[in-house]
Design a protein around this ligand. Sequence first.
Ligand code: GLP
Length: 241
Amino acid sequence: MELVVYDDYQTLSRQTAKYIAELVRKKPNTVLGLATGSTPLGLYQELVHLYNEKEIDFKDVLTFNLDEYVGLPKEHPQSYYYFMNQHLFSKVNIAKNNIHFPRGIFTDPKEACREYEKQLTEVDHIDLQILGIGSNGHIGFNEPAKRMTLDTHITDLAPRTIQDNARFFNDSNEVPRQAITMGIGSIMRAKTILLMAHKESKAEAIDAIFSGVVDPNLPASILQLHSNVLVLVNKEVANRL
Ligand code: GLP
């Protein structure tokens, strides 16, 4: 795992977008694993900018998003699908069929998980996985637990996650209590992983993932066992490590 420190959030976002554009130039049908949350917002803005400058073509790119809230339909403004559509998909030439998302609305939870797992298996692996990190060390919605779950699964959100994500809702009672998330297995099968963090509140979790201890109570700590992970931070985070 390598720590890369950028001066500021904009540089971090811009350099990450350039990295993705370079990859897509070399492999037009790159499989991208995408994250939501406030962390990758700058990245998506930069990707849209590069697309407008004809520096990246999404025509053959495939995407797999990490997670979705259970119970929120695609049209809900706080659903992760809505977020991705608003900030990236609707602004670039990605093919609808190439966008993959776990379903937040389902009658059979097992079937919804199987369906996403099957789609992930069909591409074999993600070429480049973008990750943010929860202040409790979660990746996607793989929350701290007694053991890690390898496959797509439904998870109860940790109280801290509900609290952290309440800022996007009118009230913390509106935050869904469950999510469907890609498992640790698919994340770890990605060829390259870029974990981004720019807020001081993430410093503790970032510090812990370099500790040499792999702990299911800090899911991101598993990344230490991956051979190609870049942890991209700004100075604010780096100064607190
Ligand atoms: C959310 C998402 C994660 C994201 C994290 C950090 O709950 N499920 O994929 O990395 O929380 O969010 P933010 O970037 O807004 O701090």
